[in-house]
Write a protein that binds this ligand. Structure first.
Ligand code: UD1
Length: 415
């Protein structure tokens, strides 16, 4: 089934637990190319993007098994193939994470140019510039990137933009490069910490994570480890927004409060009631709430991955709200679908001007990318009538059992 029906107007109540982070699990899986022997990852979300990454690793000559209870077991017998499969890599941008580890491990990587959500052109120039700084020769031909180096050399790499993926790819590659490398203007996202944690457990010498300059002292080898993936801040945030937009009372457990600070600030600006404990946030929705001004920024700024979901809420907030998207150039497709449900959103370049309306009405809508899909379901939970949301394959890439979790909170979500 590629569609979902959402009955609106039911306030959600109850407690749900956040799953493991997709954006952490993907680079963690790629990092196991560097880790000799057996690795066990816990709290890996069951998602189609994760299945793609597992298939890529298997095709590279590793043995990877997804087990029940969100465990993934990986055996790396040091026989890594150089070429990543075209069909799989082009279906998901994050599969380019294997480039750095294959290069560092074997000296030659041939990886297709990546694909992914339709939210902008999303080049990989920052990754490639960093690999070149580490001494790799780079060739682009027939849709593949070829990276080659007889011996990589330590380098001081400056990222023109604090790209999450480039920071991860280069940190993985540099961890096996003799000498001391630096990544300057590195990303600060929590997923970078998680990746550094597994590499450090495996024997890497990495410091400065969480600052703009990461120092990596290369080691000759890294060993398999056990590791628990951090909670998914985007999923947790989406569930909190579901509680708020329906005027409900929802508690999300098993999350990291620090990772959700930017969302907490904006929900407070809207004047929702929040109770925050160590690993738990409770949101109490209300009938009328204020709008907000949001600018997406690299962490600790407001995450682009929660922009669409917040836009759903702002579409029924009092007054006019403004959303500025600075990370991706084409990430407002959900606005046009929200307008089909009665929202009043005007787009001008990278700004969205949202005039809050009293009610949304059900309509057939189409998911264009992962987080847009979440926004449309949230709007459907609020709208009058039954909203039919098409394009569920996008949602399955990044939300483990979202319909079931919403159902557990009392939502009527069905096929
Ligand atoms: C990661 C997340 C994604 C999130 C994004 C920004 C994963 C698997 N995905 O994506 O969910 O929305 O961070 O928080 O972790 N850019 C370039 N050249 C590059 C690399 C990036 O121009 O070489 C641009 C991108 O087109 C984009 C911006 O930089 O406009 C941010 O990209 P980046 O931080 O790299 O995001 P991803 O790692 O792709």
């Amino acid at each position: 089934m590629d569609h979902l029906k959402v009955k609106g107007g039911i306030p959600l109540h109850g407690t749900v637990s956040a799953s493991g982070s997709k954006n952490s699990a993907l680079p963690l899986l790629a990092s196991t190319i560097l880790l000799d022997g057996e690795t066990v990852l816990y709290n890996v979300p069951n998602l189609s993007d994760i299945s793609v990454m597992i298939k890529i690793l298997n095709s590279l000559g590793m043995r990877v098994e997804a087990c029940p209870d969100n465990q993934v077991r990986i055996w790396n017998e040091k026989k890594i193939r150089h070429i990543a499969p075209y069909d799989l890599v082009t279906s998901m941008r994050a599969s380019f994470f294997v480039a750095g580890p294959i290069l560092a491990k074997t000296g030659f990587a041939k990886v297709p140019l990546p694909g992914g959500c339709l939210i902008g052109s999303r080049p990989i120039d920052i990754h490639l510039k960093g690999f070149a700084d580490l001494g790799a020769e780079i060739k682009l031909q027939n849709g593949f990137v070829e990276l080659r180096a007889r011996k990589l050399k330590a380098a001081r790499i400056y990222l023109d933009f604090p790209s999450v993926g480039a920071t991860e790819n280069l940190m993985m590659a540099a961890s096996l490069v003799e000498g001391v490398s630096y990544i300057e203007n590195a990303a600060l996202e929590p997923e970078i910490d998680d990746l550094a944690d597994i590499l450090i457990k495996a024997g890497a010498k990495i410091s400065g994570v969480g600052t703009r300059c990461i120092k990596i002292e290369g080691v000759p080898e890294l060993k398999g480890v056990s590791h628990h993936v951090i909670p998914d801040r985007v999923e947790a945030g989406t569930l909190l927004i579901a509680g708020a937009i329906t005027g409900g009372d929802v508690t999300v457990t098993n999350l990291n409060v620090d990772h959700l600070e930017p969302l907490i600030r904006k929900l407070k600006d809207c004047q929702f009631g929040l109770t925050i404990k160590e690993n738990t946030i409770r949101v109490i929705g209300k009938k009328e709430f204020c709008g907000a001004t949001i600018e997406t920024l690299p962490f600790p700024g407001f995450p682009t991955d929660l922009q669409a979901q917040m836009m759903a809420i702002l579409s029924v907030a009092k007054g006019t709200s403004i959303v500025k998207e600075t990370i991706f150039e084409n990430r407002f497709m959900h606005a046009y679908e929200l307008n089909r449900m009665g929202a009043d959103i005007k787009i001008d370049g990278n700004h969205a001007f949202i005039t809050g309306v009293e009610k949304l009405s059900a309509a057939p809508v189409k998911i264009t990318d992962l987080r847009a899909g979440a926004a449309l379901i949230l709007a459907g939970l609020r709208a009058e009538g039954i909203t039919v949301v098409h394009g569920l394959k996008h949602l399955r890439r990044g939300y483990q059992g979202l319909p079931e979790k919403l159902g557990h909170l009392g939502a009527s979500v069905f096929v």
